[in-house]
Design a protein around this ligand. Structure first.
Ligand code: DCP
Ligand code: CA
Ligand code: CA
Length: 669
């Protein structure tokens, strides 16, 4: 059974809309709370762990149809929902997206504070007292300033119709009264309504939230040695010199003073975790909540904490830990540092090793913003290329506007795309569902000085993927400052740099290679120069002769590992020549835009070479890749030259970041 809106909306839309959203019955398979995605920062591969960072990137649902008619706490009336095919979508999206707000709040707020903070000396890292402050049920507490009549009621903040029990709008925040009913942040409003009939659903108020964050920051800034802003409701402060004797009593007393100040200025409750470093202070907040304080000077008393609660452990890392039977900090302590590095990479491996021991020596800091952009992963539904273009024009203009507001001069553009990996519609209304992810970056030949530059470059990238517009479910545009663009750069001179003896570590390429025994790379993969009959060599085309000579110049190192599987695992392979052979083989086999992961591996490997100051090999490999992908006459599919340019640009950027010098395509000739 569906309600009559289904008929009306379907007539308006000129097609039969998904009836589930209009169903009068309860959802047959209500989503369980356990399945709601983890809200902590997810950690994948080699990304840095930032134990102070806490913004996640869950999907969200915004019912823009509802928003159009939403005023204060009035009952809401459903209008035809708006999606990306409607002009003006971007503006409405940015005005109402809480995830957009969460990811850009710093732009508006933190710089003011960070500027002030600069004048304070960066505190030392030993013998310190650190407070981690986190506001309780923040979005709810803020909105309750306007609706005190609901103070003792179960309240949530969400974009949602009050009585809609099928609503898949996510709850951004729920107060502690609502939590007693089993409602959690991230639950769907419909399900929460089932758990608590009297639930009060209140709207977002971003302006008020910003105001409240500023008030919080001011209290913390004025009463600490140093403050690092973490998120709109969270900050870490160093109070080492403010608290003279560093006893638990004095620290707790000071925390209470701060909580009272915060309550007086913001009207909201704050919880404070106290520790000798940011890590322990953050773990302590879990015990302080709600509306209290907690002193934790040693990891030993919290060894039962699930690893999922540790900073830096998101969905992926949690899965990896579970697969090796690691569930608590105590379990984590049993892992050797080598094992952790093997699983999580060099940096994250040693970070986890230290976390398990309560060690954290990082100073607090406020990093300057260098990037700007946004991902729109909700409401993306196009029927025609024209609709996509109108949307992209608005999106590019918006990102450009924000770049200017943030005072940035960006010349590096990344476009991220999500392609639907399912049939029909996802469970979540206008959500992105399970998708294949793509991303591509280009260096612009100048600073982005108009939305149009961003628009044109991003359309080129989007078109190069050849994804039918109907299949798109998410689009991200990100700009980065990447140093000055100057085409008249002096030629590279790496000779002054002393090479390090770092071992290049190549992980894997998705290419079907046959199993090969140690030291037995077949000739067809990469014939050795000396093996080629000089008579035959002379007969080879000039280009191949040149390539063979170049290959012969590559350093020879022993091959250590057997290539075992069809998806070749290159871990521990150190022979530049072998790896180059594999990369070239990979270039040959490409029939379309390469896999993002493979691109990353190739690029990482070239970065490694630059890192070891092995510029000669790096440039030779770049040259060989170019020869494989780009024909001399410039003909050939655009994706091939784009692929080369992506690799080239990334190496160029890396060289620039390291040596302040730019590559020139001429260097490859
Ligand atoms: N938020 C959001 N969506 C997310 C994460 C956070 O909208 N995926 C918003 C709503 C929260 C605010 O950020 O109120 C702060 O997030 P917290 O994780 O600190 O959650 P709360 O402050 O709501 O609750 P708690 O008392 O558990 O800190
Ligand atoms: Ca909070
Ligand atoms: Ca928080």
């Amino acid at each position: 059974m569906v309600n009559s809106d289904w008929l009306v909306d379907s007539l308006n839309a000129n097609k039969l809309l998904d009836w589930k959203k209009y169903s009068l019955r309860k959802a047959e398979n209500p989503i369980s709370f356990a399945s709601v995605k983890s809200r902590s920062l997810s950690l994948t591969g080699e990304s840095d762990i930032d134990v102070l960072q806490d913004i996640d990137s869950d999907n969200e649902s915004i019912d823009l149809g509802l928003l159009a008619s939403q005023k204060g706490n009035q009952p809401l009336e459903r209008k035809k929902p708006m999606d990306s095919s409607c002009p003006g979508f971007i503006k409405t999206y940015f005005e109402h997206s809480r995830l957009h707000f969460l990811s850009t709040w710093k732009q508006d707020l933190v710089f003011e504070i960070a500027e002030k903070i600069k004048t304070k000396p960066v505190p030392k890292t030993t013998n310190r007292i650190v407070f981690h402050i986190d506001m309780d049920c923040f979005f709810v507490s803020v909105i309750l300033r306007k609706y005190p009549q609901y103070n003792d009621k179960p309240v949530v903040v969400a974009h949602s119709e009050k009585g809609d029990e099928n609503s898949t709008s996510e709850i951004a925040s729920c107060n502690y009264v609502a939590r007693k009913y089993g409602i959690t942040n991230g639950s769907f409003v419909g399900r929460a309504k089932e758990l608590c009939q009297d639930l009060v659903v209140l709207p977002y108020d971003f302006e008020e939230i910003k105001q409240c964050t500023t008030e919080l920051y001011n209290v913390l800034y004025e009463n600490s040695d140093y403050m690092q802003a973490i998120s709109c409701d969270e900050a870490v402060i160093d109070v080492s010199t403010v608290i003279k004797d560093h006893t638990p009593e004095s620290s707790l007393e000071y925390a209470e003073f701060l909580r009272t100040e915060i309550k007086a200025k913001t009207g909201c409750n704050a919880s404070v975790g106290i520790g000798p470093n940011p890590l322990l202070a953050r773990l302590a907040v879990n015990f302080a909540k709600p509306n209290s304080k907690y002193f934790l000077d040693d990891i030993e008393s919290v060894l039962d904490t699930p690893v999922g609660k540790l900073p830096g452990v998101g969905y992926q890392a949690k899965k990896k830990f579970a697969s090796i039977d690691i569930h608590t900090i105590k379990d984590l302590q049993t892992l050797q540092v080598g094992k952790l590095k093997q699983i999580f990479g060099e940096k994250n491996g040693s970070a986890f090793y230290n976390i398990a021991r309560g060690i954290d020596t990082r100073t607090l800091q406020n990093k300057a913003r260098q990037t700007i952009g946004s991902d729109v992963n909700w409401g993306i539904r196009f029927k025609t290329q024209d609709q996509l273009e109108i949307f992209m024009k608005e999106f590019a203009d918006e990102v450009f506007k924000r770049m200017k507001q943030a005072g940035l001069n960006c010349n590096h553009l990344t476009v991220k795309l999500k392609e639907r990996d399912y049939a029909g519609e996802p469970w979540k209304f206008l959500g992105c569902g399970k998708c294949k992810d793509y991303s591509k970056a280009v260096n612009l030949d100048r600073i982005a000085n108009s939305g149009d530059v961003i628009y044109k470059n991003s359309m080129n990238i989007i078109n190069s993927f050849k994804i039918p517009v109907q299949e798109l479910r998410g689009i991200g545009l990100h700009l980065k400052e990447n140093g000055k663009v100057d085409i008249k750069q002096p030629k590279l001179d790496f000779t002054k740099r002393k090479p390090k003896t770092k071992v290049a570590n190549f992980k894997r390429l998705k290419v079907d290679f046959p199993a090969v025994e140690v030291g037995n790379i077949p000739d067809y993969l990469i014939p050795s120069f000396s093996q080629i009959d000089p008579q035959i060599f002379k007969l080879l085309p000039k280009q191949i002769q040149k390539e063979q000579e170049e290959l012969a110049k590559l350093k020879k190192k022993p091959i250590k590992k057997r290539v075992e599987s069809k998806i070749a695992v290159f871990l521990d392979e150190t022979c530049v020549k072998t790896i180059t052979g594999w990369i070239l083989e990979w270039c040959e086999m490409l029939t379309d835009i390469p896999d993002t992961l493979d691109m990353k591996l190739v690029i990482d490997y070239l970065h490694d070479l630059v890192d070891c100051s092995d510029m000669e090999n790096c440039l030779t490999i770049l040259q060989l890749i170019r020869n494989r992908l780009i024909k001399k006459n410039g003909k050939g599919p655009a994706w091939k030259s784009d692929t080369f340019m992506e690799i080239y640009n990334s190496v160029d950027d890396f060289i620039y970041s390291k040596y302040s010098n730019r590559l020139r395509l001429l260097d490859l000739d």
